[in-house]
Design a protein around this ligand. Structure first.
Ligand SMILES: Cc1ncc(COP(=O)(O)O)c(C=O)c1O
Length: 434
């Protein structure tokens, strides 16, 4: 597409569709099996933490003397709480170190707020829903993380899309929505290298968010999922300002819950999930949690704390050495094949796990299907929006971390042909329809 495809005369556009179709059909015979779907660490990344195995060497005592082999300690051992505080750039006294997944903590916390309340007697969201005869609703910056939306759906919480920009969500839009409906009880935020746009919330947005619970109905909760807090590509890294500290100063600390985990630092699904919240919220949550568990896996907590102690940045640099070339491979191909063509746009994150790609409206599903038909799996179109529905059908999340650089390159090449083919076909159709 040397000239802008939009400017081609109809016969030239027809020729272009034919050429692209020939290129596309050739992929069928290559029997590709490439996957750019979920954000999983590559095997090389997992290997960076192999030395954690055996790090305890028979020393099972935590710094406070706890024998980590035994039951107890819902809040986690001190060194694991310190690790969580370092990862979230917050204070250890606010941190609970839990089991193997931050997503589980998010589900458990939202469930506890809904069914029992986290702010004393009569604070359950479900009571308010019943009294008002209207559902509980959450603000969901989109595109966002599908599993946050699944938590809401599974608990009967209605979702309200709000746009996300390069600095985070628009505070004025949030305030308007909150003023209109006191049943909006929460907001999902992925403040650093957001899934999928890769944006980082600005200091002004974070300060504004700390004030947000004052503009909302009672018992509002900011769910601050800092899953990619240390997943930078450039070092020394800039830490994200601590929302909890801002909220503490603003008097809204009881309305913030921050999360992170080591899932993409050590072993995915075999790490530690963390929650940071005020003393009051942690106590209320602990009470609910104690009905279902005697405590987290403290042996795993201890080996993580010993393994990562004092070397998080070095460890994340080693991750970046593996992740950045995969991102570069995608970005170079996108630029080479689609740059300057005005038929698509995409993000260029400086960390995290995803690139967010926008086709022209109405083409994302078609592109994902074209790619799937020749063996390139992409995250389903719509997955980045609430209820799986992208109103413009244009967003596609690319996750380059897991495949090799060669596979990422090959998959992106197929992807860009699919984007060009779908776009040219649509333009041609729109002309012949007239
Ligand atoms: C934004 C975000 N939060 C949470 C998770 C899952 O975290 P965990 O493994 O700690 O449950 C992911 C995984 O992809 C994610 O992208």
């Amino acid at each position: 597409m040397a000239r802008l495809v939009q400017q081609l005369a109809t016969p030239e556009l027809g020729q272009l569709v034919a050429q692209l179709s020939v290129r596309y059909e050739k992929y069928r015979f290559r029997e590709l099996k490439l996957d750019l779907t979920r954000g999983k660490p590559s095997t090389e990344q997992l290997k960076l933490s192999d030395a954690m195995d055996g790090v305890l060497q028979g020393n099972f005592r935590a710094s406070d003397g706890t024998d980590v082999r035994n039951y107890g300690g819902l809040r986690g051992i001190p060194e694991a709480r310190q690790l969580g505080a370092t990862l979230m750039n917050t204070r250890p006294e606010w941190v609970m170190a839990g089991g193997n997944s931050s997503l589980t903590l998010m589900h458990q916390l939202v469930h506890a707020a809904l069914s029992h309340g986290l702010w004393g007697a009569g604070s359950a969201w479900s009571d308010e829903a019943e009294a008002s005869g209207r559902p509980i609703r959450f603000l969901c910056p989109v595109p966002g993380y599908d599993r946050h939306f699944t938590i809401c759906e599974s608990l009967g919480i209605e979702m309200v899309n709000v746009a996300i920009g390069p600095d985070g969500p628009d505070l004025a839009e949030l305030e308007l929505l909150l003023a209109d409906d006191p049943n909006i009880k929460g907001i999902w935020c992925i403040p650093k290298y957001s899934n999928p746009t890769g944006c980082v919330y600005s200091d002004a947005v974070i300060r504004g968010l700390a004030e947000l619970p004052k503009r909302a109905g009672r018992n509002f909760l900011i769910l601050w999922d800092n899953a990619y807090g240390v997943h930078d590509f450039e070092f020394p890294a800039r830490p994200l300002p601590d929302l909890m500290s801002y909220a503490d100063a603003a008097g809204t600390a009881d309305h913030v819950a921050m999360f992170t985990s080591t899932s993409k630092i050590t072993f995915a699904g075999g790490g530690i999930g963390f929650l940071a919240a005020s003393a009051a919220v942690l106590s209320a949550f602990e009470k609910r949690l104690s009905a279902s568990t005697i405590g987290p896996d403290k042996v795993n907590q201890l080996r993580h704390a010993r393994f990562l102690d004092g070397r998080i940045e070095d460890h994340m640099r080693a991750h970046a050495e593996l992740v950045r070339p995969r991102f570069d491979a995608v970005l170079e191909r996108l630029e080479r094949d689609l740059g300057g063509r005005e038929i698509a746009s995409w993000t260029r994150p400086s960390g995290g796990y995803f690139i967010s790609f926008d086709t022209m409206p109405g083409l994302a599903r078609e592109v994902v299907k074209l790619a799937a038909d020749v063996g390139v799996a992409l995250t389903p179109a719509g997955a980045t929006f609430t209820y799986g529905k992208d109103p413009d059908d244009r967003n596609i999340r690319l996750a380059p971390t897991f495949p090799s650089v060669a596979d990422v390159t090959a998959a992106t090449e197929v992807f860009t042909v699919c984007v060009q083919l779908a776009t040219a076909r649509k333009l041609l159709l729109s002309r012949t329809d007239r």
